[in-house]
Design a protein around this ligand. Structure first.
Ligand SMILES: Cc1ncc(COP(=O)(O)O)c(C=O)c1O
Length: 365
């Protein structure tokens, strides 16, 4: 879809943006309290509900995905509330750190690259009085999608709030937030939507909306943001150019159709997995839970991460992400969400094959 001069830009976010989205960002100054911007907010409100598959309250905040997570946690919970954090990667670990600031959390940890086990979640919830559970639906750090439907069922059976980081899931993976019983679902603009980084969006269940308080937040007061958007307004000065680009990216999603986007993302993931198999590179996560938006691959023994990514970047014009935390140097990751196309993937795989061969790491069968 996107013209790349050479190679491919395959970060797991921020991702490539369509020229329409880039153009939308360069509009002249606009009165953010005027009728023109109200119309834009009205369209964004409806399109954000479409994105989340809900008719319930939604909020769009100026601030990256983490701002949305902070708004959800600080708006729904208080310091004395016990929260169970499901941790199996870098971003779920950070979600736990966030909860340490605002709540009284306990981490239930799983080996990175393995999925959250809903049986263990049930046992943990049986043994303590937890007000809420946090889940990172798609662990971008390990390229793994957690089995959200079964985890949500366990959480609902225990009558706790379910707060979900859907930052690399919403708009790329099948989402049934209302049927599953997710209370707060957060996404970021720079991932499956292919908008610029800098905005977060949050969708809320009715029960969650009714429990919102403003005791522990000010700028990220989620009720203020949700109520304002419903009235075509924002509590503070919004990042106007980002809102314009976000609207254009949402329009493009609607034109493609959410289900079509999700199906296309799955086909790209299948192609990426098949491509890495053909190159004899092993997936990092448990294959049964491999993500459709991000693929994480182990380096073959002896292949240096920095040298590989430098060669890709400088000689092949191709950008991929390395590993994070303990996975640094051991894996690399590519994103295939948003407007990523088969052409982008093909360019990426040409670069991988050439670079692996030049560095002496193509296995001859
Ligand atoms: C799953 C997940 N959670 C949280 C974040 C942090 O989002 P942001 O950097 O937009 O604040 C990311 C970013 O990559 C992510 O992939």
């Amino acid at each position: 879809m996107v013209e790349t001069n050479a190679g491919a830009f395959l970060l797991p976010g921020p991702v490539n943006m369509h020229p329409r989205v880039l153009q939308a960002m360069s509009a002249p100054a606009m009165n953010h309290r005027g009728p023109e911007f109200k119309e834009i907010l009205s369209e964004i409100h409806g399109l954000t509900q479409y994105l989340f598959g809900t008719r319930g309250p939604v909020a769009v905040l100026s601030g990256s995905g983490t701002a949305g997570l902070e708004a959800a946690v600080s708006g729904l919970l208080r310091k004395q509330d016990r929260v169970l954090n499901l941790v199996n990667g870098k971003f779920s670990e950070r979600f736990h750190e966030l909860c340490q600031v605002f709540t009284t959390p306990t981490a239930l940890s799983f080996e990175w690259g393995t999925a959250v086990d809903s049986g263990k979640v049930a046992a943990a919830l049986d043994s303590g009085d937890f007000h809420a559970v946090t889940l990172c639906w798609n662990e971008t750090s390990t390229g793994l999608t957690n089995p959200i439907a079964e985890i949500a069922k366990v959480v609902k059976d225990h009558d706790a709030f379910l707060i979900v980081d859907g930052i690399t899931a919403v708009g790329g993976l099948e989402n049934r937030m209302e049927a599953w019983g997710i209370d707060a679902l957060v996404t970021g603009s720079q991932k499956c939507l292919a908008a610029p980084p800098g905005l977060s969006a949050v969708a809320l269940s009715k029960a969650a909306y009714e429990s919102l308080h403003a005791d522990t937040s000010f700028y990220t007061n989620l009720k203020a943001h949700a109520d304002a958007l419903a009235k075509q307004d924002t509590p503070f000065t919004p990042a106007v150019p980002l809102f314009l680009a976000f609207r254009e990216a949402l329009r493009m999603l609607k034109e493609e159709g959410l289900d079509n986007r999700i199906a296309r993302t799955r086909r790209l993931a299948e192609a990426a997995r098949a491509g890495f198999d053909a190159l004899d590179l092993r997936l990092f996560p448990d294959r049964r839970f491999a993500s459709n938006t991000v693929t994480a691959v182990r380096y073959p023994t002896g292949l240096d991460d920095a040298a590989f990514r430098k060669e890709l970047r400088e000689k092949r014009g191709t950008v991929v992400a390395g590993g994070q935390g303990p996975l640094k140097g051991h894996i690399f990751r590519i994103g295939h969400m948003g407007i990523c196309s088969f052409e982008d993937l093909e360019a990426g795989f040409q670069a991988f094959e050439t670079t692996l061969a030049r560095m002496g790491h193509i296995t001859v069968r």
